[in-house]
Design a protein around this ligand. Structure first.
Ligand code: GLA
Length: 370
């Protein structure tokens, strides 16, 4: 017996990388890949979690007592749903036990927000089951808190907002400071275009130090410039700002964030003018900035980008946190097959594991299925 079934998607980010924890702008869209939770309420204060196929850490069932949930991380995939229950209860919401079975088609560790999908589907299910009446942006914030405090990964809010708030056929233009959002129509097929996602199969992990180091460097930059966050440095004030920073590492982090926020604006302007092909070079520029200024790319991601561009793609970049994970490639539909094949061949020639390549279409955010 279950009380309902819910789904929450993974995402790719079109543009706006490592800007969310700088109060900046992002533009993700939801993938058709989802994590599905089949949930039954239980009244004995126990959270029982099991999964058909969540990578690596065992399927369970795992039984956790609600009153014993405590931040700390390091306990595998159950930290994400357990963290959500912890965050809900800590915020004063009356959530009891649940029996939850998860199945997921979101590739884990691929930079496609499998953890946000797991968090958001759990929060949405409990919100409905326990009639909490929480709105989606609030749910996303609680899920981020689960990830930051319970799991211990210092991420921004993009992934949870994407999973909770994206809509079919749109990219989500999100101001991560105001949490204001706009659904921007994003129908590539109508323009004869395709967006490929290439999962390099190099696993990334955000709880490890590199992501946190970038974040700390950005905060140091903002403090040195006397602003609340790097969002407050406009692109036309960039050169002045850079001249005021002594630390070369901080300087290049700042340059990435400021130019990346500006790229989000330029991408939006092109999309609104119907100039979809024109976003290609901006994606590629974003990749160069992540590679050379932010230092979060890796050999495999660079190989995807370089090979696709050589094969005729309009633009390509890593997506998500980096250090592995996935890249996106914008291409004419007519050359998508050739581009994908070239990437596969380049990986084979470099003796790398075959990447997983698929076409992404903007899909629906989290929802109740039954
Ligand atoms: C990860 C984090 C996000 C964001 C991206 C980089 O996906 O979870 O909050 O910082 O990296 O843009």
């Amino acid at each position: 017996m279950n009380d309902g079934v819910w789904a929450a998607p993974g995402r790719v980010n079109l543009i706006g990388e490592h800007t969310d924890y700088n109060d900046g702008f992002v533009m993700p869209f939801a993938l058709p890949h989802t994590t599905v939770a089949t949930v039954a309420r239980r009244d004995d204060g126990v959270l029982r979690l099991h999964s058909a196929d969540i990578d690596g850490d065992g399927a369970g069932p795992f039984e956790l007592r609600l009153d014993e949930l405590a931040p700390g991380g390091g306990r595998g995939w159950t930290d994400y749903p357990a963290g959500v229950v912890w965050a809900l209860r800590e915020a004063g919401h009356r959530v009891g036990g649940a029996d939850i079975h998860y199945e997921s088609t979101v590739p884990a560790g691929a930079g496609l927000s499998s953890s946000a999908a797991l968090e958001v589907v759990t929060a949405l299910a409990l919100n409905d089951l326990y009639e909490l009446g929480l709105e989606r942006r609030y749910i996303a914030r609680l899920c981020r808190r689960a990830e930051n405090v319970y799991v211990g990964a210092p991420t921004g809010i993009m992934d949870q907002m994407a999973s909770a708030c994206c809509t079919d056929g749109h990219a989500l233009h999100l101001d991560t400071r105001a949490l204001s959002l706009r659904q921007v129509p994003f129908d590539l097929r109508a323009h004869g275009l395709e967006l490929l996602v290439v999962d390099t199969r190099v696993k990334h992990s955000h709880s490890e130090g590199e992501y946190g180091r970038r974040r700390a460097g950005c905060e140091a930059g903002a403090a040195a410039l006397g602003v609340n966050a790097l969002r407050d440095v406009p692109n036309d004030a960039l050169e002045d700002a850079l001249a005021r920073l002594d630390d070369p590492e901080v300087r290049s982090l700042v340059r990435h964030v400021v130019t990346e926020n500006h790229r989000v604006e330029r991408v939006i302007a092109h999309l609104e003018a119907g100039e979809v092909r024109a976003i290609g070079p901006l994606l590629t520029e974003g990749h160069a900035s992540l590679r050379d200024d932010f230092h979060v790319s890796c050999r495999e991601l660079d190989l995807v980008v370089d090979t696709s561009l050589t094969a005729g793609a309009l633009g390509a970049r890593m997506t998500g946190g980096g250090f592995g994970g996935s890249a996106i490639v914008l291409t004419e539909s007519s050359s998508a097959h050739l581009v994908a094949q070239s990437v596969q061949e380049a990986f084979a020639s470099a003796s790398l594991d075959a990447p997983r390549v698929f076409t992404a279409s903007p899909s629906a955010g989290a929802r109740r299925l039954s």
